[in-house]
Design a protein around this ligand. Sequence first.
Ligand SMILES: [Zn+2]
Length: 647
Amino acid sequence: MNPTLTPHPLQPVALKDVVIDDAFWSPRLQTLREVTLPDVLNKFEQAGAMANFDRVRDHQTGGHAGPPWHDGLVYETICAAADMLRVADRSDAALEACLDGMIERITAAAAADPNGYLNTYTQLEMPACRFGQNGGNQLYQHDIYNAGALIEAAVHYYRATGKMALLKVAARYANHMADVMGPAPKKNIVPEHPLPEEALIKLYLLFREQPALRDRMGFGVDAEQYLRLVEFWLEHRGDYEGRAPLSMAPCGAAYAQDHLPLLQQDSAEGHAVRAALLYTGLASAALVNGRDDYYHAALKLWDNAVHRKMHITGSVGSNQAYEGFGPDYYLPNDAYLETCAAVGMGFFHNTMALAFANGCFADELERTLYNGVLTGVSIKGDAYFYENPLETEGRERWGWHGCPCCPPMLLKILSALGGFIYAHDESSLCVNLFIGSRATLNLQCRTTVRLTQRTTYPWDGKVTLTLDLSGPCAFEVAVRVPGWCAQAQASINGQPVHAMHAMQVRDGYLRLMREWHAGDTIELHLHMPVQLIEAHPSVEATRGKVAVQLGPFIYAVEGLDNGGVTDVTLPAHAHAHLSTESCPNLLGGITVVHGETEQGGQWTAIPFYAIANRGKSPMRVWLRRASDWAENRSVPWDDDRLYRVAP
Ligand SMILES: [Zn+2]
């Protein structure tokens, strides 16, 4: 990555303006909607998460069910479901009625407090300790995290349905937090589980876009104070003036990224889910306040997390003891790697892609989505992983968990997928992900652009983009050329792009600037050979090993396909013996990779996301390479990279 990257803000394309129609993703999104979402909603009801709200409504005490962050997980699920409702061309009266029923119970609970404060754990179990005050522990109580998840769900549900009830609860609560927290004489309180930062930015943006909405709230709304509170939260981490020091073994205040003001932090530390959500909030704030120090801090943290501390699957959080980041280059194969941390990094990558308009961020978004995120749910959609190590002796997916945070987070990011595919500014349209879809967007020339993407990605690299315009318009189409792709060809209306002297790959995008006309078609062919990837030599766990990659997928050898043996050794000339096989009836339709072992046997690998769908079986990602392979290595490492194609 170029450390001199300068900010270049892009606009996302709203979910309602994108329809996904894709052979890989459409069936998965349907499974999430028809299997996973109902499964998660039922399990929250069974676990008493909704009954907690009823108890608060009825002014009861005690009897809180589940972890203190149960409320937040319910809200995250509502947020995901709202995005499912918002997707263009969709309506689902039964789902909307179900969500309205939940929102009615949440609204009734919020009405029990004159200030709109709502955290069922604190209200039922520690009523004198709101926001961790009076000897409480906000780190455990999750008051502000829960509030943030409520605010985010409310914004998404309003955008999906236009319904005001949850938005009123959220804005009233946001007003209360802005009254209580901030510079003296207000209280110095910062969220010990991030997420509320980005949530309040979303609330701020909603009122900025729709100022008339304030008049419909029934109480005062000053959106600027939401932004100021976010800035306070970000800048006052590590500032213990007027509040008790945070101690959290074994990594202290860094566990909650509360060891230094965030703008001074330059290393990804502590609990990985918290970190990823905090950095996402920082980048989101930069996009709104435009401050260089915010952009710069976000870039430094991204660089450290991605180029020193990220596993090849896009997962982060090696350390089991505190579910967090370890030191630079500490990437053991039995690492912890919570699904939620991959999801958080996915949001961070996407926000950085919007902040810097550089393809490297969408490269990492893609890596994370197709590997670290997707592996978190079974192909059938009703069994989950919390931890995602790269080598195991065999594990079963679970149906539910005492801390069921991962399924809601996974639903949230994949329900938002349509909004990650494209981005734009006034004169440029970026294609960040290769997912069959139709999108509508408006550029500076006031021409409505309708873009259709057809592709057989991720199994091969053919992409066709067709533009439909109401009139001719000059703008740039910037198509990402993935970092894994060494060779790409493009044509416009059948003419090879190089013949027009227009081919230009800059900042990770093939940039095509011209006057576009209705019906213009861009064809892209990304060469997608099987690649053997090596990690930076400073990573001890992967020394002398390679991972198998095909396009965006990282592969794993599972015992089931290999006579129970996963500890295979690849010969020095392994590249020459690699082959692929399309298996439409295996694991929902995958391409498997075959190769030879040093002893002349065969191994078979499947995409990492598809592991543990056929019962318990040993599995590993990093495969040993023959000892004579090392002698072939002569190319020095570029320290700005963590992974590269093995020479
Ligand atoms: Zn989780």
